[in-house]
Ligand binder design. Structure first.
Ligand code: ATP
Ligand code: MG
Length: 464
């Protein structure tokens, strides 16, 4: 993309309505624009990051064997009356009446609708296990929408639902989700710690929230600092293996880590004092096992191997896709702006031309642009007729992890400058070497550009 053809309405001043850094930077970098309280338009740069996050979620869901689908945002109230949640959900549910005076609602979550789909089509245990998910807009009429996309009223969420014959099978689904969520967040450059939580209006006993530690987080959390040393890393996990998934679950959840709702002061005090932490966190996901809470009232039953009809065991799982955009910025920024992790960056590499209109500099930039694009990378070329300081400020603000700077002086010596946004370190390299280095960095950080990955060489729709 060339900046002269892009829509990047950056703001020089700090917008006064933004209380936290991610909201401020998203507005300043021209990623979003508020449409009304808690409701946002996603401008081109913001949408690109949202799509990158969504893509990682889809790829990791596909890897875990879960099926993508899509349910409507507007649903009839009937099913919600059947489950008893139409009244129970309260004022957070946006209720709508259509022209025939029928009660409709904008979906805050979709347990009822998916259970209805299930009960209409599945009647035998032989069709289990089954996990389906969607990434779809949700609406919750939050009492205090704030912090930009972190607590919106309209927000983008991955919600998944598993159907299993027995409690043991459903607990495997729970553990499998825990593993796949850990992998999902790690690919986004985030550490999200699973913490024992409260189930809220979804119901059920077993539930973990995934929290990104940040001072601006809305949840108070209590944990043993040793949990922050655990990573999934490059480990290969067989998602069908009950033992492997359980082992990872135990490894990540046996140390004390809880939100304030489930905090147990006595148990917390047993942790050696130097490892006790009280901090704040951003909830970026949650997994639930709730047994037959929805399948019983809604009649989602299957015929078991013994011929008897039995309600299925279910769980649901959510990832805050739009909230993650803000959470990643909270976890990764400096005074000059955003620092995107390679896994979610809107463009892979910036190209800054220090002397627009200089024949040699222009030509070198064009060549860099073409070589990066030919490798499947997306460069953002600042081809504006602006002074260098302004170009650097824009690049730093929008946070591309790598930048190549091209100027007549360097070109005389056959070099350009490759700069890392995170460390600020620069290297003078030939243009060819700079391109090769950027390509190598993304080969490790962007698995779908790598040949030996399951998603290799396939299009955006691999997950379908
Ligand atoms: P919270 O406690 O933050 O209100 P929740 O527990 O009610 O969230 P879930 O039903 O678990 O939310 O939804 C799954 C995920 O969707 C959450 O983990 C969170 O990341 C995201 N999410 C929930 N509410 C919002 C919101 N108002 N704005 C943006 N993302 C949200
Ligand atoms: Mg939650």
């Amino acid at each position: 993309m060339r900046l002269t053809r892009y829509f990047l309405p950056v703001l020089k001043e700090n917008p006064s309505e933004a209380q936290i850094v991610s909201h401020r930077l998203m507005l300043r970098a021209g990623m979003i624009k508020q449409a009304s309280a808690g409701i946002y338009s996603w401008l081109p740069l913001g949408l690109k990051v949202l799509r990158r996050i969504e893509q990682i979620v889809h790829e990791e869901q596909a890897r875990a064997g879960h099926l993508a689908m899509l349910m409507p945002t507007i649903q009839s109230a009937d099913l919600w009356r059947e489950s008893g949640r139409y009244d129970a959900y309260g004022a957070e549910m946006l209720r709508i009446t259509d022209r025939h005076e029928r009660d409709m609602l904008f979906t805050p979550t979709a347990e009822e609708l998916i259970t209805d789909i299930f009960r209409s089509h599945v009647s035998s245990y032989k069709d289990l296990p089954l996990t389906m998910y969607q990434i779809q807009w949700k609406f919750r009429d939050e009492i205090r929408p704030r912090f930009g996309v972190m607590r919106g009223r309209e927000f983008y969420m991955k919600d998944g639902y598993n159907f299993d014959l027995t409690k043991e099978d459903a607990l495997h689904a729970y553990n499998r989700h825990l593993v796949s969520y850990l992998r999902t967040y790690e690919r986004m450059g985030l550490q999200a710690i699973p913490m024992r939580a409260d189930s809220g209006p979804i119901g059920g006993d077993d539930t973990h929230e995934f929290l990104v530690l940040a001072d601006t987080g809305e949840s108070e959390v209590f944990y043993d600092s040793a949990v922050t040393d655990i990573r999934l890393g490059e480990r290969e996990i067989d998602y069908d293996s009950v033992d492997q998934c359980r082992a990872v679950m135990e490894e990540f959840t046996s140390l004390y880590a809880r939100t304030d709702e489930t905090h147990d002061a006595a148990r917390f005090d047993e942790i050696p004092e130097e490892r006790r932490r009280v901090a704040r966190g951003i909830e970026v996901g949650q997994i639930f096992y709730f047994g037959t809470k929805y399948s019983e009232p809604l009649g989602a039953t299957v015929q078991g191997p013994d011929g008897k009809s039995t309600p299925v065991h279910m769980g649901s799982h959510g990832i805050g896709v739009s909230r993650l955009v803000g959470a990643i910025i909270e976890a990764s920024h400096d005074d000059n702006g955003i620092i995107w992790p390679e896994g979610v960056t809107p463009f892979h590499c910036g190209i800054v031309n220090l002397k627009q209109g200089d024949a040699q500099a222009d030509e070198a930039c064009e060549k860099l642009y073409a070589s990066l694009s030919a490798l499947g990378l997306e460069p953002l070329y600042d081809d504006r007729n602006e002074r260098a300081g302004g170009k650097f400020a824009t690049m730093d603000l929008i946070g591309l992890p790598w930048r190549i700077t091209v100027g007549p002086r360097g070109l005389k010596n056959g070099v350009v400058e490759l700069t890392c946004r995170r460390t600020g370190e620069s290297e003078e390299l030939s243009p060819e070497t700079a391109v090769a280095k950027v390509a190598e960095i993304y080969a490790t950080h962007h698995p779908h550009l790598q040949k030996d990955e399951p998603m290799a060489g396939r299009s955006f729709h691999t997950w379908l």
